[in-house]
Design a protein around this ligand. Structure first.
Ligand code: FE
Ligand code: FE
Ligand code: FE
Length: 164
């Protein structure tokens, strides 16, 4: 018998496992980033998003339940690479004034990866008629977008301070 043809449902499930792995990795990275941040505002932003990320993981677990699959991640090389780049900046720019700028830009790269994944998952969920899953994923997407915007504001305000 020929191998069963893969469907959009399978792709949705694979990508859900990818972002689930990524969110769990981010959950362990954010406290380290908060600890490393020199600026209190950046520290606070990472701590806030860490709490949000806990809720995001729970929403993803609800989506797994909706499709009747166990909540299981699948290694996401992209997030591992992004986190590794962040660790490099923290190490190489430890005592530098540029440290937080580097840390912040790494965090934004992570948010952009998440935004891309959630955007796709929502589109597929809607295509597959999975309204409840789409709603949960949209809540995660909104938090990622707000975090990205907050980080942009922080970057701009500290740049303004330096310029002043
Ligand atoms: Fe997230
Ligand atoms: Fe991935
Ligand atoms: Fe995020």
């Amino acid at each position: 018998m020929a191998a069963k043809e893969k469907t959009l449902e399978d792709l949705f499930h694979d990508t859900l496992k990818d972002i689930y792995f990524a969110e769990k990795k981010i959950l362990t990275a954010l406290p380290k980033m908060a600890k490393a941040a020199h600026s209190d505002q950046l520290k606070a932003a990472f701590e806030k998003h860490h709490a949000e990320t806990e809720g995001q993981v729970e929403r993803l677990e609800q989506v797994f339940e909706l499709i009747d699959k166990p909540a299981r991640g699948k290694t996401c090389p992209a997030i591992l690479g992004l986190v590794e780049e962040g660790q490099e900046v923290m190490k190489d720019f430890k005592a530098s004034d540029a440290h937080d700028a580097g840390l912040l830009s790494g965090a934004q790269a992570v948010e952009h990866y998440e935004i891309s994944r959630y955007g796709t998952l929502i589109a597929w969920a809607e295509q597959l008629g999975m309204t409840d899953a789409a709603k949960l994923l949209k809540q995660n997407l909104d938090e990622e977008k707000k975090t990205d915007a907050a980080l942009t504001r922080l970057a701009e305000s500290s740049l303004n301070q330096i310029a002043a």
